[in-house]
Design a protein around this ligand. Sequence first.
Ligand code: FEO
Length: 394
Amino acid sequence: MKTSIKGKIHYVGVNDRNKSLFENMWPLPYGVSYNSYLIDDDIVALVDTVDACYFEPFLRKIKGIIGERPIQYLIINHMEPDHSGSIRLIKQHYPDIIIVGNKQTFGMIQGFYGVSGEQYVVKEGDLLNLGHHRLRFYLTPMVHWPETMMTFDETDGVLFSGDAFGCFGTLDGGFLDNRINTDRYWEEMVRYYANIVGKYGSPVQKALQKLGSLPITTICSTHGPVWTEQIARVVNVYDRLSRYEAEEGVVIAYGTMYGNTEQMAEAIAQELSAQGVRNIVLHNVSRSHPSYILADIFKYRGLIIGSPTYSNQLYPEIEALLSKILLREVKGRLFGYFGSFCWAGAAVKRIAEFAEKSKFQQIGTPVEMKQAMTTPIYEQCEALARDMAAALQA
Ligand code: FEO
């Protein structure tokens, strides 16, 4: 059967190629999948649902597998509406279904959907026997909401992991990692992690430690491929990102109105390259969507921010970016900065305030330029780059 994953477990998720912005914020150039799983055992269970817009194809997939048999359990690992959106409709089609969640789940179900009825409130380590498959529940709060939990099928080693190990990108044709080319998902996994889960590094680490000893053969996340052959790589990506571990390289994110501040960024980048730094990414914050900048900040250890002074404040897009970095509590970056002004400097002072809050290691001397590039400013930019390269290579 084309939907089959392992044992009696089937993929019944859907692809969204229509939405432009995930959470109405994050671009989806390759779309996104909402994954749901049906366990066609003696007792039938559904794991998570899909965005309500896709309920009809979702229900068709379910009925294609179980026909008119009832579903006894709906397991809710995560309540964000991209997965919980079809709960009310499922309940209408299967009025006797028992919803399985933890004590945090049911308040949200009531609040979002006004759905009540029979509940199975699980605690850490509880077991649900479906006949062939035995499901054990693990509470993993804040990966990505407080009610998040994971369900582990002890029979076949299948982990239903919620958002963890997820990525952007639709599943074109196949959903198993060994039946599709997975190249495009790795960058989108970093961008998904950095933007959606990025703040929750510590809960992700706790979850990884809790689940680390399980004999996992398959990871069924709520977004992206079902992982079978590339589990080690996926877990490694999440492990490194949640520890804020980064590669050697520098992100230079700058604002510029007329290209003067941009010349400082260029000068720094050229000297970084001359000093042997190979991964250098420049982001003009007015052109690059912040989701891509954040992904690169999670990826590389060096970060240099540059901003013109705008109405005695930071350039607004830089201010927004800095607040997104602080929100995610990014740690362990080597940090340098520069700024410019026309008649009264503010940007460098504001970035200094950010530097203190971020607890990043400050590298070199901040460069402040009045109006346009001069030889001394160029040399100061080069000095900042040399200090950054030396810190990276130390
Ligand atoms: Fe894919 Fe946190 O929802």
